[in-house]
Design a protein around this ligand. Sequence first.
Ligand SMILES: NC(=O)c1ccc[n+]([C@@H]2O[C@H](COP(=O)([O-])OP(=O)(O)OC[C@H]3O[C@@H](n4cnc5c(N)ncnc54)[C@H](OP(=O)(O)O)[C@@H]3O)[C@@H](O)[C@H]2O)c1
Length: 410
Amino acid sequence: MLGILLGLGGTSYVIASFGSFLDTVLWTASNTLRLSGGAYRRRIADPVAAREGRKPSTMERAGERSGGAANMKAAIYTNYGPPDVVRIADVEKPVPRDDEVLIKVRAASVNPLDWRLMKGKPSILRIFFGLRKPRLGRPGVDVAGEVEAVGRNVAQFKPGDEVLGACRGAFAEYGCTAASKLVMKPGNVSFEQAASANVAGLTALQGLRDKGKIQPGSKVLINGAAGGVGTFAVQIAKTFGADVTGVCSTRNLDLVRSIGADEVIDYTQQDFTTSNQRYDLILDCVGNHSFSACRRVLSPDGRYIGIGAPHDASMIVILAQMIKDLLLSVFGSQKAVMFIAKSSQDDLALLGELIATGKLKPVIDSRYSLSDAPNAIRHVEEGHARGKVIIDCAPAHGSNPQITQITQMQ
Ligand SMILES: NC(=O)c1ccc[n+]([C@@H]2O[C@H](COP(=O)([O-])OP(=O)(O)OC[C@H]3O[C@@H](n4cnc5c(N)ncnc54)[C@H](OP(=O)(O)O)[C@@H]3O)[C@@H](O)[C@H]2O)c1
C-alpha cells in the first residue's frame, strides 16, 4: 500500500515489512476480536470483579455461559499501563473450538510484545486491541504444555501429547489455540526450553534465513546478541556456518561468546557502526542505529534486517524510519528489511529438532511463578534480559511468588 502510494518500483523490502506488520497485528487482533465476542468471550471470566464490588468489564463476565464451569488462574489486565495493571485472577477454563487444542500450560515465556500490548504502545496497536481499554487483557504468546482436549477437527494431536508453539493468553494454567500454531515437543526438550522457542526462535530463524539469505561463511553481526532473539540468532547463524559477531554490554560478553559468537563488541565501549569490519548481514534486535549508519559497515550488497524498535519509539518515528530505509534501499545495492516473524509449523518443528539435538540451547534468564507474572513482564520491559524469561504455569506452583534468577544454557 505504501509503495503504491509512493509509486516506486523495486520497493518490496519496506513495503513487505509494513504489510507483514499489519498482517501480524491483524492476525493477533483477529484472535483478540474473536475471543472478545459473544459466548467465546464469556469463557474469559473473572469473579474477582464481583468480589471487589465493581461491574465486570467486557472481558470479565465470569461463568455466565456455563454457570460455574471449572475455573483456572490466569494473568489478566483490564487497563493499559505498567506491569502493575496485571493481576492473577480466577477465570473460566476455556473450551476448545473445532480446530483448537486445549493445553494445560506447563511453561510460557515473555516477549517484548507482551509489555507493548499491555501498555498499548505504540498507540496504533490500540486501533486493533481497544482504543481506551484493552478488549482482551490476557498476556502471553509463547507456550509449552500438555494437550488436555482437542476440537472435533483436530487430528494432529491427542490428549497427553506434549506441545510447543503460540497461544494467546499463555500466562495461565490453561489455554486454547489453533492446532496449526503448535507442534509436538521432542521428548528430551524441557517445557522451559520449548516455551522459549516460538517468537524469539522463529524471528531469529526467519530473519537470518528468509530475509537475510544467510550462507555458510557469511559475516553476520547481531545487535542485541544477549537478548531473547539475539541468543537464538547467534546460535542459529552458527548452524548455517556463518562467522558471527555479537553486540552486547560488558556483563554479557562471556555469555555471547559461550553460545558461539566468533567476535563480540561491547557497545558501552565501541559503536559497531564505526568499526573497520564489513558484514554481509546485520540482524538488528535493538533499533538504536539507523540503516544509514549501518550501511557504513555493510558489504556492498549486504542486508540489514531490522526487527526491533527502541522502547519509547512512536509509530510516526518508526514509519518515518521505514520510509527513509525504503528510499535508501531502492537507490542503493545494500538492502534494508523490516520484518515480523510469521507462524510456521515447519519452522517450529525445525527449532524443536535443533534443541533436541543440542545444536540450539535456549538461554534462560530467570524463572517466575504464574503468580509473579507482573514481575516477569517488568523484567523484560526493563530491556536487559539475558535470553528468555520463563513463567512456570503448572498449577502446583501457581500460588507463591517465586523467582529463580539463573542464567544458564539449558
Ligand atoms: N519483528 C519481529 O517479529 C519481532 C519478534 C520478536 C521481537 N521483536 C523485537 O525485537 C527486539 C528484541 O526482542 P528480544 O525478545 O530479543 O528483546 P529482549 O530479550 O528484551 O532484549 C534484551 C536485550 O537487549 C540488549 N540491549 C539493550 N540495549 C542494547 C544496546 N544498546 N545494544 C545492544 N544490545 C542491547 C540487552 O543486552 P544488555 O543487557 O547487554 O544491554 C538485552 O540482552 C524488541 O524490540 C522486540 O519488540 C520483533
